[in-house]
Design a protein around this ligand. Structure first.
Ligand code: AKB
Length: 304
C-alpha cells in the first residue's frame, strides 16, 4: 500500500493531489510551513522541508514509502530573492534525496518546469532533448534538480520521477509567484467585471495545462513500469498554448466584461525565454500521456 508524504502540500498542485489520493483511499501526510486555511481531508503537520531531521522523523513515524516533493519558489518571486530561492529549491530537494536513500523510499515525484529551457532552443517548439539554458534562478534550480535525479537514480537506485510542467491553470487553488499566474488573475478579475492590468505583453504566448490533466497525467506516469520510461531526467508534457490577448478575446466572447491594460514588467522578460509550444512525443509514447483539456474545455469549467 502506498503511504504518501506531500511537501509544499498547500500549494496549487498539493491540494489537488491530496484530493486525488483521498478519493483513492491512499494514506497522505501533508506538510507545509503554514497551517491550512480550511480543514484538509488527510493528516497534516507543519514542517519546513529545510529541516531534514524533522522530515525524516515524520517519514519514519508514518511509514512513508512515496514522496511528492512540491516545495518550490517559482520563477517570478524567485527573481526577487535568488539566494533564498536557490536555498529553498535545492536544499529541500537534497534533503528529500538523503531521506529517500536512508528510508528506502520506493518512489519520489519532483516537478520540473518549462523554465529549464532558454533562448538557445527553438522556442517555437521545444523538443524533449532541446538545449537547456535557463535564465532564471528558478529555471537553473530545476535544471540542476533534473541532473540530480539522473545522478542519484543511478548511483543509489532511487526512483525519482519528474515532469516539466507548463503553466498550471486551476480555479479552486491559486498559484503563487509564477510568470504564468496572469491567466488565473485575468480570469478572476474579468469574471467579476473588473479591469485587469497584465504584466506580460499581449502577444507573449506560453504553454498551459489544466490542473486535472496535470494531476491525472502525473499519476499515470507515476504508475508506469520503470522499464518503460526512457527519459531519465524529466518529461515534456503539453496542454495548449495561449497569449494574454487570445485569453482576453475568449473571455470577452463569453460575456466576461472588463478591459485588459498591458503593462509588461520583468516577468515578460522571463516569459520571452520560455517555449511557446512543447513537443511531448516521448511522454505519449512511453506512458500514454494525452491532455484532455484545451483552452475551451478549461474555460468551460469557469463559465459553467
Ligand atoms: C512559473 O510560472 O514559474 C511556473 C512554471 C511554469 O513553472 N508556473
Amino acid at each position: 500500500m502506498e503511504r504518501v508524504l506531500i511537501t509544499g502540500a498547500l500549494g496549487q498542485l498539493g491540494i489537488e493531489f491530496i484530493k486525488y489520493f483521498k478519493k483513492n483511499n491512499i494514506y497522505v501526510l501533508a506538510t507545509d510551513i503554514k497551517s491550512p486555511s480550511k480543514e484538509l481531508s488527510c493528516d497534516f503537520e507543519i514542517a519546513d522541508a529545510l529541516d531534514k531531521e524533522h522530515l525524516d522523523l515524520l517519514v519514519k513515524k508514518n511509514k512513508i514509502n512515496t514522496i511528492y516533493h512540491l516545495v518550490a519558489v517559482l520563477s517570478a518571486i524567485g527573481e526577487t530573492n535568488p539566494i533564498n530561492s536557490w536555498k529553498v529549491n535545492m536544499n529541500s530537494f537534497h534533503n528529500i534525496i538523503e531521506i529517500s536513500i536512508e528510508n528506502k523510499i520506493k518512489k519520489i515525484f519532483w516537478p520540473s518546469s518549462i523554465a529549464v529551457f532558454g533562448t538557445k532552443s527553438n522556442l517555437e517548439m521545444v523538443d524533449q532533448n532541446s538545449i537547456l539554458n535557463p535564465n532564471t534562478i528558478y529555471g537553473i534550480s530545476k535544471f540542476a534538480g533534473e541532473k540530480l535525479i539522473e545522478y542519484y537514480n543511478k548511483k543509489f537506485e532511487l526512483d525519482i520521477r519528474s515532469i516539466r510542467y507548463p503553466g498550471i491553470i486551476s480555479f479552486d487553488t491559486k498559484p503563487g509567484g509564477g510568470t504564468t499566474d496572469y491567466v488565473m488573475e485575468m480570469i478572476d478579475s474579468m469574471s467579476k467585471g473588473n479591469d485587469y492590468q497584465c504584466f506580460l505583453e499581449k502577444n507573449t504566448k506560453l504553454p498551459m495545462l489544466y490542473i486535472d490533466d496535470a494531476i491525472l497525467g502525473t499519476i499515470r506516469y507515476m504508475n508506469t513500469n520503470k522499464n518503460d520510461l526512457n527519459v531519465k531526467d524529466s518529461y515534456n508534457i503539453s496542454g495548449f498554448s495561449i497569449s494574454p490577448y487570445e485569453l482576453e478575446k475568449k473571455l470577452n466572447e463569453n460575456g466576461f466584461k472588463g478591459n485588459v491594460k498591458y503593462k509588461p514588467d520583468y516577468r515578460n522578460e522571463i516569459a520571452k525565454t520560455w517555449p511557446k509550444e512543447i513537443n511531448d512525443f516521448d511522454a505519449k509514447k512511453d506512458w500514454g500521456w494525452k491532455a484532455k483539456f484545451g483552452l475551451d474545455e478549461t474555460l468551460a469549467i469557469k463559465f459553467k
